[in-house]
Design a protein around this ligand. Structure first.
Ligand SMILES: NC(=O)c1ccc[n+]([C@@H]2O[C@H](COP(=O)([O-])OP(=O)(O)OC[C@H]3O[C@@H](n4cnc5c(N)ncnc54)[C@H](O)[C@@H]3O)[C@@H](O)[C@H]2O)c1
Length: 456
């Protein structure tokens, strides 16, 4: 990957002062990627987290999660001397000109609302150490109105008072492509309340902007909304085609042909129009739920009421996948040996938050099936969360003696499985393709009973 410019070349260093020093508060999937990439772009960056183990691993050159390309960039950033890590907010406050808030905003237990305790804690802790002009930039996905509330909190808590400003810069990175999405985003969105804040953000992203990345400068609520609006749209597109799959199942039609035909329509397009087990992960499900919750609070719940149906369609795909496995297993799951290919919520990630694959595997297990879950990267996380399941990393070894194989996460190594080779080890050649990722003709020709959602 070539990076066309660095902070020193395009930062304000040459004209209006040195490039801003950056802190990144919260070094999970989003924050670690952001901190590493910004250091590679030439900024001096301090990564901050409350988890000392995570900080120690990052400081010693280990990325604590699976993300292609990131370990190499971490090594490069550490070697350059521009990236350091700490658990000290005092150090962060003293060091940074621009502070990025990248902590988690998970779904609250027992509610659709977002849990903002981590964001509030991070801003409060940091603010206590801001003694001069500084910009605090929210990147976490939050309900609209959060930034206005945090602005008050910041002004009240920071010794610098109103010299500590708040901006919002929603993040659109996709796990599995996080490095490229961070270095070459489709767009940058800056929610600001002053020309100074915009100038600081432009300085903090100078090399990215120099590549020609579009910048949308807007107000705080619009910036907050862009992220949830984007995720709602994507979730809706996925659930739309999965709703069509349900109709296909009732009519004998084939959703893959339907999706292909729709995708040739320029107005519709084929991206995110892939039928299957549906979406999961640490973003889409909780973001659409938090959005419906927030819209209801604001009295406009009806405007996004359709998102509840989007969520419902998505959940039904999981149940329907279990049904297909049961049907293939002869009507009962108890005692059946099932090989579940996939645990991560999507390929090229070890993230298991709200992973459809593990939801299906656990339901099969609860119904008495003997389930072995195979995943190239997510087994350690899955085992920690669900120790009751059996795990493996080699699909062929795991499939030995299997009654039904079910593909749940479309890792390349699963898509490339030779149906003849796997056919030799299983007890019965039966496969449910939960992701429409396999060549049905090839598998059927190899003697497999092949089933997929929305297909005859
Ligand atoms: N993961 C993605 O692909 C992605 C993409 C776009 C936006 N987002 C949004 O970014 C935010 C972070 O997501 P993530 O996936 O990186 O979450 P994560 O759980 O991987 O990381 C959050 C990190 O914040 C740390 N943390 C918690 N409280 C803290 C505090 N008070 N001070 C400092 N650190 C603290 C945690 O220890 C953890 O390391 C969420 O709002 C998410 O919706 C995530």
């Amino acid at each position: 990957m070539t990076i066309s410019a660095t902070a020193t070349e395009y930062g304000p260093g040459n004209e209006t002062g040195p490039a801003p020093r950056l802190t990144v508060i919260g070094t999970g999937y989003l924050g670690a990627t952001h901190a590493i990439c910004m250091a590679v772009l030439g900024y001096d960056v301090l990564g901050v987290d409350v988890d000392p183990d995570k900080i120690e691993r990052l400081a010693s050159g280990e990325v604590p999660f699976f993300e292609p390309g990131l370990p190499e960039l971490l090594a490069k950033a550490l070697d350059s001397g521009r990236l350091r890590f700490t658990t000290s907010f005092a150090e962060a406050g003293a060091f940074g000109d621009v502070h990025f808030i990248c902590v988690g905003t998970p779904q609250q237990k027992g509610s659709y609302a977002a849990d903002l305790t981590y964001v509030d804690a991070a801003v409060t802790e940091l603010a206590g150490h801001i003694r001069g002009p500084a910009l605090v930039v929210g990147k976490s996905t939050v309900p609209v109105g959060t930034a206005a509330r945090l602005t008050e909190l910041l002004h009240k808590t920071a010794p610098a008072g109103a010299d500590a400003q708040l901006a919002w810069n929603p993040e659109f990175l996709r796990e599995g492509y996080a490095v490229d999405d961070t270095l070459r985003p489709d767009r940058l969105v800056f929610g600001t309340t002053s020309a100074w804040a915009e100038e600081r953000l432009r300085a903090a992203f100078a090399p990215v902007i120099a590549q020609g990345t579009p910048v949308v400068v807007t107000d705080l609520p619009t910036a907050e909304l862009v992220k949830v609006a984007a995720n709602s749209f994507l979730a809706t597109k996925i659930s739309y085609i999965n709703a069509m799959a349900e109709v296909c199942e009732a009519t004998g039609a084939d959703v893959t042909g339907l999706a292909t035909a729709l995708s040739y329509d320029d107005r519709i397009g084929g991206r995110f129009l892939k039928p299957g087990l549906g979406f999961g992960g640490g973003c889409l499900p909780k973001d659409i739920r938090a959005f419906t919750h927030r819209a209801e609070e604001l009295g406009v719940g009806q405007a996004v009421a359709f998102l509840r149906e989007v969520d419902g369609i998505n959940q039904r795909r999981r149940a329907r996948t279990v049904d297909l496995v049961r049907e293939l297993a002869g009507g009962a799951l108890a005692g059946r040996r099932i090989t579940a290919l996939g645990a991560a919520f999507k390929p090229n990630s070890d993230d298991i938050r709200d992973a459809p694959a593990l939801d299906v595997a656990r339901t099969l297990h609860a119904a008495g099936a003997l389930v072995t879950v195979v995943d190239p990267a997510a087994v350690p996380n899955a085992r920690r969360a669900y120790p009751e399941l059996t795990y493996a990393t080699d699909a062929l070894a795991a499939a030995a003696g299997s009654d039904v194989v079910v593909l749940l996460t479309e890792w390349a190594q699963f898509r490339e499985i030779d149906p003849h080779v796997m056919g030799d080890v299983v007890a019965h050649r039966r496969i449910v393709d939960g992701r429409h990722a396999l060549d049905s003709v090839q598998w059927r020709t190899a003697g497999w009973d092949y089933r997929a959602l929305g297909r005859p």
